[in-house]
Design a protein around this ligand. Structure first.
Ligand SMILES: NC(=O)c1ccc[n+]([C@@H]2O[C@H](COP(=O)([O-])OP(=O)(O)OC[C@H]3O[C@@H](n4cnc5c(N)ncnc54)[C@H](OP(=O)(O)O)[C@@H]3O)[C@@H](O)[C@H]2O)c1
Length: 353
C-alpha cells in the first residue's frame, strides 16, 4: 500500500495532513506532489522531513515520497488513487488542472479549502468529460489551526476537527479502487479528529462555516483588529447585522439548502450572530487569515466567501449590496480608517462609542 495518499499543496494544512498521516500510518503512505521546482531545494534543505510542533513539542517525520508535477517523468505518478488538495481556494482549480491527467474515476480527491464556489468551477472544468473519467470529490471542513515557521515546519496551534463529505460533481459509484478509502484512513488518524458526514450534513456545516468566515474575515480587515476585538463598537455590530441579513437570505434560498431541517431557524440572523460571536470569542487572540493575507500583500479568499454570497445573490435576485461593498474594500487590499468606513457604509451610525 506504499505511497497510497498524494498531497498537493504543502502549506499549513498540507503539512498537517502529511505529518499526522505519517505519524499514524507511516510516511511511506504519503507522497508529496510539488507544484514548483524550488520546492525540491526547500525539501532537501529541510532534510526531507516534516516537522510539526504540537503543545510546544516538535516531532519530525521522515520517509515520504515526493514528485515534481509537470516534470518530464511525472507520468511515473500515474494513477493517483487518493489525493488531498490543500491549496488556498484561489489556486485550487489550477491545482486540479495540473493533476487531472493522473486522475481516473477510481480516484478520490479531498478538497480542504475555506469558502465555497469551487464545486461550481469544477463542474465547468469537467463539463465535457464523460462521468467514468471524473474522480470522486470530497470536501473537508478543517477547524484545526496551523501556521508555518519555515518550509516543511509548522505549528499545530489549535486542535479542531475535520468534517468530510462527498460532493456531487459526478454520480458516486462504489469504489473498486485497490487503495484503502481515503476518508476511512483519515478517520483512523486520531490527531486529525476526522469524521465523515452525509452530503446534507456537509452542506449545512459548509454554509455555517461560510457565514462565520464572511463576517470575521472581512470585518477584521476593515477594522484592522484581532478576532476578539470585533463587535466592541456599534459600527462593527451594525455592519455584522447588515451583512448577515443579506447572507442569511441568500443561504436560505439556495437549492442545496432546501433539505436542511428547520432551515429558517438554522440560518436566522439571530442564531448566526450567536455562532459568529462564539467563534470570535473562542479565537479572540487570532489574527484572521484574511487580515494576514492583506498585511502580507497576498491574494485573499474573499471571492470564495462574501464573493460567493454576492454571486449567488445575483443568481437568486437577492440584493447583496453591503457584501458587494465589503468585497470591494478587501479587494482594494489596503487598510481603511473609521472615517472611510463611515463614508463607504452610510447606513452605519456616526456615533462613535
Ligand atoms: N492554516 C489554517 O489554520 C487553516 C485552517 C482551516 C482552513 N484553512 C484553509 O485551508 C486552505 C489552505 O490553507 P493554508 O493555511 O494551508 O494555506 P498555505 O499555507 O498558503 O498553503 C497553500 C499551499 O498551496 C501551494 N500552492 C499554491 N498554488 C498551488 C498550485 N497551483 N498547486 C499546488 N500547490 C499550490 C502554496 O505554495 P506557494 O508557496 O507556491 O504559494 C502553499 O504551499 C485555505 O483555504 C485555508 O483557508 C486553513
Amino acid at each position: 500500500m506504499a505511497k497510497a495518499i498524494h498531497i498537493l499543496g504543502v502549506g499549513n494544512i498540507g503539512l498537517l495532513f502529511a505529518h499526522r498521516l505519517a505519524e499514524s500510518h507511516g510516511a511511506d503512505m504519503v507522497n508529496l506532489l510539488f507544484h514548483r521546482h524550488s520546492l525540491i531545494r526547500e525539501w532537501d534543505e529541510a532534510d526531507r522531513k516534516i516537522e510539526l510542533v504540537s503543545n510546544g513539542i516538535p516531532n519530525a517525520q521522515k520517509g515520504y515520497g515526493f514528485q515534481l508535477l509537470g516534470h518530464p517523468n511525472d507520468h511515473d505518478i500515474n494513477p493517483i488513487n487518493n489525493l488531498i488538495i490543500a491549496t488556498k481556494a484561489t489556486n485550487t482549480i489550477a491545482a486540479v488542472r495540473a493533476v487531472r491527467r493522473h486522475l481516473t474515476s477510481q480516484s478520490t480527491v479531498l478538497l480542504c479549502q475555506n469558502g465555497m464556489g469551487i464545486t461550481d468551477e469544477l463542474e465547468v472544468l469537467f463539463r465535457d468529460v464523460a462521468p467514468e473519467y471524473i474522480p470522486k470529490f470530497m470536501v473537508a471542513i478543517v477547524s484545526h489551526g496551523v501556521f508555518s515557521t519555515s518550509p516543511f515546519r509548522a505549528v499545530h496551534a489549535g486542535n479542531g476537527m475535520v468534517i468530510m463529505g462527498s460532493i456531487g460533481i459526478a454520480p458516486q459509484t462504489d469504489s473498486t479502487s485497490p487503495t484503502v478509502s481515503l476518508s476511512e484512513l483519515l478517520c483512523h488518524t486520531p490527531a486529525l479528529a476526522a469524521v465523515r458526514v452525509s452530503t446534507l450534513q456537509l452542506v449545512q456545516a459548509q454554509l455555517e462555516k461560510l457565514v462565520v468566515n464572511a463576517i470575521i474575515n472581512p470585518l477584521t480587515v476593515l477594522f484592522n483588529c484581532r478576532n476578539g476585538q470585533l463587535f466592541s463598537n456599534s459600527q462593527q455590530a451594525d455592519l455584522m447585522h447588515l451583512l448577515l441579513e443579506e447572507i442569511c437570505e441568500v443561504l436560505k434560498a439556495l437549492p442545496e439548502a432546501q433539505r436542511i431541517p428547520r432551515k429558517e431557524e438554522t440560518f436566522s440572523v439571530s442564531r448566526m450572530k450567536e455562532v459568529v460571536m462564539g467563534v470570535a470569542d473562542r479565537t479572540g487572540r487570532n489574527t484572521s487569515s484574511m487580515l494576514q493575507d492583506i498585511r502580507s500583500k497576498r491574494t485573499t479568499e474573499i471571492d470564495y466567501i462574501n464573493g460567493y454570497v454576492v454571486r449567488k445573490g445575483a443568481e437568486l435576485g437577492i440584493n447583496c449590496g453591503i457584501n458587494e461593498r465589503v468585497v470591494g474594500v478587501v479587494k482594494a487590499a489596503r487598510l481603511v480608517d473609521m472615517e472611510e468606513i463611515l463614508k463607504l457604509f452610510p447606513e452605519l451610525s456616526r456615533d462613535l462609542d
